[in-house]
Every structure is written in structure tokens, then in C-alpha cells.
Design a protein around this ligand. Structure first.
Ligand code: NDP
Length: 247
């Protein structure tokens, strides 16, 4: 199958790109601007499976016109896309009382508008093929967390969006599901997760030494939904090590 993964140059998205390549799929991925990281993932994919097609496209998913342009480019390069994974996301923590318009809008634009633009851009092609797998990456913070009103709202919105997609397109052979990651060691958690939250996770996550998840553990669930989850639709799948909590 051919995958399109947003946020594929780093962190969780890069883990999904490489796992899909390893499993024999071809992968187009989007990243915002970090060309160096994108070229590194392309090179890792080529080393993993020589002959694999894996190409990164610079794309700000919050820009509708650019998403449509890149979707056309991807379909031109890959002929078809069967699996769309919306993983691009940002976090701008602040208390509501001091949150700027920009902090609110940037997060909603990337984390919620982005998946809508991306899915819309690939839907016609999936409908024509009467097949598609959509996996949207949420967060355990979708239930709300102090300092995360913008982020939590964007992720809770993603759940409603996904469950609506499942109902609109399930009959056409297209499934849509949400994956809810717990905590994973990526640039995002390194840069934005407060030490107190890391300590709490370590103390209460019912995993050996309260560890975070690995990128492969998250990617395995996305691959399962893409490859084998044909009767799973409109679901919210936690990959949290058992700690369904928000700090
Ligand atoms: P990282 O910050 O490590 O990587 C973010 C990726 O998204 C990069 O590839 C980045 O591109 C891309 N990106 C950011 N903004 C845009 C944009 N506007 N358009 C296109 N691409 C963009 O994040 P993580 O891997 O940690 O997180 C991935 C997803 O998982 C996010 O949706 C996040 O909310 C979610 N998540 C992560 C958790 C964790 O523990 N890490 C926990 C729960 C949820 P570039 O390299 O060019 O900047």
C-alpha cells in the first residue's frame, strides 16, 4: 500500500514512516520545514529496504491550498494513496488567562484544520478506489489538561472529526480511527513536557520503571489499523502503557 504520513520527518511520524517502509509499503510524508531531518529519514528508509519509495514533501498542513497542491504532487508521484496518517502536531502550552490569539490559532490550525485539509485532499481518490485507511494521531491530553486548552481542544476536535469520517465513509470501504499516544520520547516531549509531569508519568505508568513508549510500539498499532484493522472503524485506540491520565 502507499502511505501519506504528515509530521513524518521526526518523532512519532518518522517512526511510522520507517515501520511502514520496513513492512514493504511505499511512503510519502510531509514535514513543515526541517529539510535536513526529512532527507535523513529518506536515507534511513533507503537503507532499511533498498528500492523502497520514500519521499518527503515540505508542507505546512495548516495551509489549505498548499495541502491540495502537495496531494496532487503525491498522487502524481505515487499513483495512489491508500493510507493517510495525520501525525503533524504542535504544542504551545499556556494558561488560558494569558494565552495569545496566536498560541490558540496556531495549535488549532496545525492539529485540527490540518487533518481536515489533508483528508479532504485524498478522499476523492479513496472514494474512487472504494478503499482507504485514515489514522489520526491524538493525545492523552484530549480530555483536557492545565496549560493545554488549545492542544486539548484540537485533539478532542480530532476525535469528533474522525468519528464523523467513519460514519460518512465506512460504507465506501474507508475506515477512520484515532490513535491516542501516551508519552513518547520525542523533540515535543523533550521541549514541552514539564519535569513534574515526567516524574508523575514515571511514578504511575504501569510499565517497567514507568517507562515511556517506543516509536516502534506506536507505529505497530498504526500499521495494524492500516493493514489488518478492516472491521475497526470510528474507534479510539489508546497506546498509553495503561496510564490514561492527563497531568
Ligand atoms: P515532534 O515535535 O517530534 O515532530 C513533529 C513533526 O510534525 C515534525 O515532522 C514537524 O515537521 C511536523 N510538523 C509540525 N507542524 C507542522 C505543520 N504545520 N505542517 C506539517 N508538518 C508539521 O512531535 P511528536 O512526534 O512528539 O508528535 C507527533 C504527534 O503525536 C503530534 O500530533 C502530537 O500531538 C502527538 N502526540 C505526541 C506525544 C509524545 O509523547 N511525543 C504524546 C501524545 C500525542 P518539521 O520537522 O519540519 O518541524
Amino acid at each position: 500500500m502507499n502511505f501519506f504520513v504528515t509530521g513524518g520527518s521526526r518523532g512519532i511520524g518518522a517512526g511510522i514512516v520507517l515501520a511502514a517502509v520496513r513492512a514493504g509499503h511505499d511512503v510519502a510524508f510531509a514535514y513543515r520545514s526541517n529539510d535536513e531531518a526529512a532527507r535523513k529519514i529518506e536515507a534511513e528508509a533507503a537503507a532499511l529496504r533498498p528500492g523502497a519509495k520514500c519521499k518527503g514533501y515540505a508542507l505546512d498542513v495548516s495551509r489549505a491550498e498548499r495541502v491540495a497542491e502537495v496531494a496532487d504532487e503525491v498522487l502524481n508521484d505515487f499513483d495512489s494513496v491508500e493510507v493517510v496518517v495525520n501525525c503533524a502536531g504542535i504544542n504551545r502550552a499556556n494558561l488560558v488567562v494569558s494565552m495569545s490569539d496566536e498560541e490558540w490559532h496556531d495549535v488549532i490550525a496545525t492539529n485540527l484544520h490540518g487533518p481536515f485539509y489533508v483528508v479532504r485532499a485524498f478522499l476523492s481518490q479513496m472514494l474512487a478506489a472504494r478503499f482507504g485507511r485514515i489514522v489520526n494521531i491524538s493525545s492523552i491530553q484530549h480530555n483536557g489538561a492545565a496549560g493545554q486548552a488549545n492542544y486539548a481542544a484540537s485533539k478532542a476536535g480530532l476525535h469528533g472529526f474522525t468519528q464523523s469520517l467513519a460514519k460518512e465513509y465506512g460504507r465506501k470501504g474507508i475506515t477512520a480511527n484515532v490513535v491516542v499516544p501516551g508519552f513518547f520520547d520525542t523533540d515535543m516531549t523533550r521541549e514541552t513536557m514539564p519535569q513534574a509531569a515526567k516524574d508523575y508519568w514515571q511514578q504511575y505508568c504501569p510499565m517497567p520503571k514507568g517507562r515511556m513508549g517506543t516509536l516502534d510500539e506506536l507505529a505497530a498499532v498504526v500499521l495494524f489499523l492500516a493493514e489488518g484493522g478492516s472491521f475497526i472503524n470510528g474507534q479510539v485506540v489508546p497506546v498509553t502503557g495503561g496510564l490514561d491520565w492527563t497531568y
